[in-house]
Each structure stands twice: as structure tokens, then as C-alpha cells.
Design a protein around this ligand. Structure first.
Ligand SMILES: *Cc1c(COP(=O)(O)O)cnc(C)c1O
Length: 368
């Protein structure tokens, strides 16, 4: 039996009736943008996370862009972030005219290494953006302490960490603001694009609300210069409300799958993720394999009908579009990881037997 890397058909089938009922409700309401479903979802997501405000948006990338804009970022400013998280923060930083400055990552958690953070701060630094990558929570106390020392705001990118906690508190509530994506494959995903910002800051929330609708303070009155159109549809909000009720159970299942993988792969040469089920939500299950074995292992899996992927194969500072600007940048851990990481199937609908099949296949690879 083949095992897809991800299977969204199987995912939505587990709640098809609820999703159909929510969709029908929106169709019959005749209200499709910024209506009751969006308001309800925003209230529910803010409450779930323990934040005062949630402002829903069209995508997670827009959340980063509007978040940076609301924090006042402009040309000449620098954003301190990581280079191993799929380039989203880099896009957003360029969009607001600022420049990314990259900090290497911790070799165990793959998140921003706080021991290298202070040295990377310059007079131009305006914000620190840690990413809770693969559902693993960044070392927030160390990052927040350094940020406070330098009076810099922290923007948490939580696009891969819906429901993750740090010291018992939901991620996204530690910094000045936090961004989420509801892209279909995320732990909480719509059936299309979606995103949000959460914050406890009333002024930031009011500003982001204006930014998402053309900079309007009231209808047709533009009072903020750099507004745009970035909204979550009523239909997606209604679907997200259905799926939110399943998030904790699905995260628990992801954690169980990751624990099963870790136990089954312990005797192989793979470096498995460090699991802390109280905090992490295992958006992706990522192992580390010797660079010269990665392709062979992927092919071995593929031959057995098992999907795998790499998140992400090219670090931001090495992307062809930007590499020239970063010729002098060296990020040894980030660069090594991009050649050694491998993502294995890890989604709530996978059965234990399927995970065992992946484990057996990997054990056979190393036994040969
Ligand atoms: C998915 C993702 C984003 C961007 O979200 P979109 O909704 O696809 O724009 C941002 N940051 C991280 C870490 C992501 O995984």
C-alpha cells in the first residue's frame, strides 16, 4: 500500500458533513466578505490562543507583511530572522522595503539560536521574527529577554504551530504580535488560502484592521497610507470554525505519530526530532540524514510507494533571486540542514500501521 506524503482528501473526509453544513449556511446567508462567520472565527481563534485580538487576513504572507507594516517597518530597517523557514519572512520584509538579516538556527530545535541573536542586532534592527518551525517552539524566554534588553518588538511566525504551547501558554501571545497561515496543509487549514494576526495591543489591532481594507477608517475614507485588500472569506471562516473544534485532537494524533516514529527509528543513524509533547505540535516530522544518503533514502522510500519531502531545500540567503546580496553571509547550521533534512508523512489520518510501514522501510534501507 502506498503512503502519500500528505492526503487532504482523507483529511476533509473525516469531517465532510460538518464542512458541508457550514458551507451551505454561508451560501444561504448571502454574505461573503467580512460578515458574521469572520467575526465569530476571529473571536474563537483569539479566545483559543488567549489573545485579545484576532484580525483575519487573506494569507499568512499578508499577515507577515501587514504585521511588519503595523510595527512601522520601512526602507532601511532590518528584520532579524532565520533563513531556513521557506522564505516567507524574507518576502514580507522585501515587500515593506526593509532588509532581512539572518541568524543561524539551533541544531536540535531548528529554530532561531538565541546565543547568536545579540551579536546580530544593529542600530537598524527594528524587529525580531522567530519561526516556530515544524511545530517546534522557539526558545522564547531567551529571545524575549534579548529583545527586551534592546527594546525590540518580537513578531512570532506561528504558521506551523497552531495550538503549540510554551510554558503552558499558547504561542503567538508572547511577542508584540503573531502571524498565522491557514493554508490547507497547516495544522489548522482552510480549504483555500487564509491567514491571521493575533495581538494583545489595541492600537496595533486597530491599525491592522484598517490596513486590510484599503487603509479605510470608515467606508471610503482612507486614513492610512499603505493599506491593501487582504481578507478571509466568510466561507473559509465558517470552515475554519468547524476545523478548530478538531485541532487539539488532531495535534495530539500528530504528537503520537511523532513519538511512534522516534521509537521506531531510534536504532537507525537518523537524527530524530526532540519531542516535548506539552509544547510541540509536529506540523512536520523532520529527520536529519547524512547529506550523501538523503537522495538514496528518498528513492528507497519512493520505490516502496512512500512520499517524502524537504522543508526546505534552499536557504533564503542562497535563493537564486537574492544570493548575490548575501555572498558574505555564512550560516553553517542552516546550510548543513538544507542538505540533510527529510520530512516523513505525518498527518492526523495516518494509521499506526502506515507509520510502521514507513519505519520498516527506513530500517531496511540502513540494514542493506
Ligand atoms: C505557510 C507559511 C507561511 C505563509 O503562509 P501563506 O498562507 O502560504 O502565505 C509563513 N510562514 C511559515 C513558516 C509558513 O510555513
Amino acid at each position: 500500500m502506498s503512503i502519500a506524503f500528505n492526503d487532504l482528501g482523507r483529511h476533509v473526509a473525516t469531517m465532510a458533513e460538518e464542512i458541508e453544513a457550514a458551507s451551505t449556511r454561508v451560501l444561504r446567508s448571502g454574505w461573503f466578505v467580512l460578515g458574521p462567520e469572520v467575526r465569530a472565527f476571529e473571536a474563537e481563534w483569539a479566545e483559543y490562543c488567549g489573545a485579545r485580538h484576532c484580525i483575519s487576513l487573506a494569507t499568512g504572507t499578508d499577515a507577515l507583511i501587514l504585521g511588519l507594516r503595523a510595527l512601522g517597518l520601512q526602507a532601511g530597517d532590518e528584520v532579524l530572522t532565520v533563513a531556513n523557514a521557506g522564505s516567507y519572512t524574507t518576502f514580507a520584509t522585501h515587500t515593506v522595503g526593509a532588509t532581512p538579516r539572518y541568524v543561524d538556527v539551533d541544531p536540535v530545535s531548528y529554530t532561531l539560536d538565541p546565543s547568536q541573536l545579540a551579536a546580530a542586532i544593529t542600530p537598524r534592527t527594528k524587529v525580531i521574527v522567530p519561526v516556530h518551525l515544524y511545530g517546534q517552539v522557539a526558545d522564547l524566554s531567551a529571545i524575549l529577554a534579548i529583545a527586551a534588553d534592546h527594546q525590540l518588538p518580537v513578531l512570532e511566525d506561528c504558521a506551523q504551530a497552531h495550538g503549540a504551547r510554551y510554558q503552558g501558554q499558547h504561542v503567538g501571545t508572547f511577542g508584540a504580535l503573531a502571524t498565522f497561515s491557514f493554508y490547507p496543509t497547516k495544522n489548522l487549514g482552510a480549504l483555500g488560502d487564509g491567514g491571521a494576526i493575533i495581538t494583545n495591543d489595541d492600537a496595533l489591532a486597530a491599525q491592522i484592521k484598517q490596513l486590510r481594507t484599503y487603509g479605510w477608517s470608515s467606508k471610503y475614507q482612507v486614513t492610512i497610507e499603505k493599506g491593501t485588500n487582504s481578507r478571509l472569506d466568510e466561507l473559509q471562516a465558517a470552515i475554519l470554525r468547524v476545523k478548530l473544534a478538531h485541532l487539539d485532537a488532531q495535534n495530539a494524533r500528530r504528537q503520537a505519530l511523532a513519538a511512534r516514529y522516534n521509537a521506531g527509528l531510534a536504532a537507525t543513524p537518523l537524527q530524530c526530532p526532540q519531542l516535548n509533547t506539552a509544547q510541540h505540535v509536529q506540523h512536520l516530522y523532520v529527520v536529519r540524514v547524512a547529506a550523501d544518503q538523503r537522495n538514496a533514502l528518498r528513492q528507497h522510500l519512493q520505490a516502496a510507494g512512500i512520499g517524502s519531502d524537504v522543508h526546505y531545500p534552499i536557504a533564503d540567503h542562497q535563493q537564486p533571486a537574492w544570493a548575490e546580496r548575501y555572498q558574505d553571509v555564512s550560516l553553517p547550521i542552516t546550510e548543513a540542514l538544507s542538505n540533510e533534512i527529510l520530512s516523513l508523512p505525518c498527518y492526523p489520518e495516518l494509521s499506526d500501521a502506515e507509520v510502521d510501514q514507513v519505519i520498516d522501510c527506513i530500517q531496511a534501507f540502513f540494514a542493506d
